[in-house]
Write a protein that binds this ligand. Structure first.
Ligand SMILES: Nc1ncnc2c1ncn2[C@@H]1O[C@H](COP(=O)(O)OP(=O)(O)OP(=O)(O)O)[C@@H](O)[C@H]1O
Ligand SMILES: O=c1[nH]c(=O)c2[nH+]cn([C@@H]3O[C@H](COP(=O)(O)O)[C@@H](O)[C@H]3O)c2[nH]1
Ligand SMILES: NC(=O)CC[C@H](N)C(=O)O
Ligand SMILES: [Mg+2]
Length: 539
């Protein structure tokens, strides 16, 4: 089966646990070069493709620590260019017999990088900084540094306190830099990454969503064979809609899109998504009303992780049941003389790269903050095999893909909505009444955000229903009712987020409408927490 790394020139990024590893991946892709993140402990013998170049990431460890992670020494024999970043530089030096020590001059923050005179003008050896001038502002975050460079290396840049801030091998395409080119604070960092992947590794920059569409459709056809059928988990969110459209282009009617009404969707959502997908996108979507089943299983459950797991498992139960129904219907048609149809073997999901990245750390899945229903919440013994065409993509790449597939702009720009839905925004037990209250408040909130023309400025906005009651006065009478918290964040990739600063009059209008129009609410608060330390959702 041709994987993406067989179809595009690929940079392999080996992750030593830095906070910024995924940003290296993004920067490569911004140069239209496909890059893939793998744990640093991967053995080259287990790698099924040959990368055009390797980047070693930073790390919280020190190379000389007893339990620090080290790369398979075979990478240095692979005859492909290698770039070490921060710990990656230290790791390369350590492996190739240089020396690394704790330094007296820790550098956290900005530094001025002085690029050494390039002696050998045209040789590829010093190509990393070619054309970038003599000095650049970079961002550092290290306590260790090289005190002796490995044999056959030379220095290509220094800072006031780090004499070996960048080094290169005399004859091989090995480079190491102490600063972090992947963060935007390193002003020309993206260009440095470009020099490495384009000039030194010679990657073609053809990783574009146009190219991806054609290749992915071909890949899906190959996976499914000429008869295989796919059932699709489609929520009306950006990811699953794009995945569904791709699947529809690939296998047409052999794709069955299913939206599950789990009883914790937003107001009128099932109806709206049904119309949008059937009418505007020509995708044959069935809405399955499983709200009683979900709500009965959620009864009296307050624990956030329990809610998430119940919903994840129930989704799969419903999909397996629907797959069985589709097969039974086909068997019936066959009895009436129709051609035999293939089995429903696959379940399409709109899983994205950030969901996957979280689970590939070399220490195993990173500390579980919350179980995403479509990754950790899956049933252990599920029969359907997963097919996830967006598994290697970031959200903004998916949005580009959506536009190319002619998915209407309002859908492409939709804020994300989690599969466990309002169940993780109702802080106490989930009941139909609590769902009603939250649906109405949330609907007013989003409506007013749209009216104010702010929807596309905000990455995600939603209301949360708190389980506490507060005293109020309405029409001269005392009330004792629940509280709504409003949340709105701006974020590039949802791994970090800032709370959004609303104009006061918009908040005033939202608050007044919610308390006036939603029975059961007499107070509205605004959440001013960033992520970290909070998360986007409350549960
Ligand atoms: N109500 C639902 N019915 C069917 N499938 C669902 C439902 N909710 C979530 N899913 C499945 O779970 C996956 C992950 O949900 P997630 O919310 O991350 O993605 P999305 O809904 O497609 O897009 P967005 O992130 O924009 O909301 C979806 O891609 C879809 O496959
Ligand atoms: O499909 C989903 N299933 C889930 O279980 C889930 N949990 C969180 N989210 C969404 O992920 C982003 C980050 O949210 P957190 O900061 O709360 O982890 C935000 O966009 C959240 O809405 C989910 N999406
Ligand atoms: N950011 C990094 O990669 C840091 C590497 C190493 N832990 C140091 O402090 O120097
Ligand atoms: Mg969603």
């Amino acid at each position: 089966m041709a994987e993406i790394h067989d179809q595009f020139d690929t940079i392999l990024i080996l992750d030593f646990g830095s906070q910024y590893s995924h940003l290296i991946t993004r920067r490569c892709r911004e140069h239209n070069v496909y890059a893939e993140l793998q744990p640093c402990t991967v053995k080259l013998a287990d790698l099924h493709f040959k990368p055009k170049g390797i980047i070693l990431s930073g790390s919280p460890y020190s190379v000389y620590d007893k339990d620090s992670p080290h790369v398979d020494p075979a990478v240095f024999e692979l005859k492909v260019p290698i770039l070490g970043i921060c710990y990656g530089l230290q790791e390369m030096a350590w492996a190739l017999k240089g020396k690394v020590e704790r330094s007296d001059h820790r550098e956290y923050g900005f530094a001025q990088l002085q690029i050494n005179k390039i002696h050998d003008g045209d040789s590829p050896v010093d190509a990393l900084f070619r054309g970038l001038g003599e000095e650049m502002q970079v961002w550092m975050s290290h306590g260790d540094q090289l005190c002796e460079i490995p044999p056959d290396f030379h220095v290509i840049a220094h800072t006031r306190t780090a004499p070996f801030a960048a080094v290169a091998h005399n004859t091989k395409p090995f480079y190491g830099i102490q600063f972090h080119p992947e963060v935007t604070h390193s002003l020309r960092g993206k260009e440095v990454i470009g020099r490495f992947i384009l000039d030194i590794c010679g990657c073609r920059s053809n990783w574009t969503m146009e190219e991806f569409i054609g290749k992915e459709i071909a890949r899906i056809r190959e996976i499914c064979g000429s008869k295989g059928r796919v059932i699709g988990a489609v929520s009306g969110g950006v990811d699953s809609t794009v995945a569904a459209k791709l699947m529809h282009e690939a296998i047409g009617d052999r794709f069955h899109a299913i939206m599950v009404d789990n009883g914790v969707l937003r107001l009128n959502e099932a109806q709206q998504v049904y119309e949008m997908l059937n009418k505007n996108l020509g995708i044959n979507l069935t809405v399955v009303d499983a709200s009683d089943l979900f709500l009965s299983r959620l009864q009296d459950i307050e624990d956030p992780e329990k809610k998430r797991k119940i919903i994840g498992n129930t989704f799969i139960n419903v999909f397996e049941e629907e797959a069985a129904k589709i097969e039974a219907a086909a068997d019936e048609e066959e009895k009436q003389g129709a051609d035999a149809k293939g089995r429903v073997e696959w379940l399409l999901q709109g899983t994205l790269y950030p969901d996957v990245i979280e689970s590939i750390s070399f220490k195993g899945p990173s500390a579980t903050i919350k179980t995403h229903h479509n990754v950790g919440g899956l049933l252990k013994d599920m029969k359907l095999k997963l097919i996830e065409p967006l598994r290697e993509l970031f959200k903004d790449e998916v949005r580009v893909l959506g536009r190319l597939l002619s998915i209407p702009a309002p859908l492409v720009q939709r804020h994300p909505f989690p599969g466990p839905g309002l169940a993780i925004r109702i802080l106490g037990p989930v009941t139909r009444e609590q769902v009603r209250i939250l649906q109405q408040a949330d609907n007013i909130y989003i409506e007013e955000i749209r009216n104010a023309g702010l929807y596309n400025e905000i990455s995600q906005a939603f209301a949360v229903l708190l389980p506490v009651r507060a005293v109020g006065v309405m029409g001269d009478a005392r009330t004792y009712e629940q509280v709504i918290a409003l949340r709105a964040v701006q974020s590039e990739d949802f791994m970090t987020a800032d709370w959004y600063v609303f104009p006061a009059e918009v908040l005033r209008r939202i608050s007044s409408r919610i308390t006036n129009e939603v029975n059961g609410i007499n107070r509205v608060t605004y959440d001013i927490s960033s992520k970290p330390p909070a998360t986007v959702e409350w549960l």
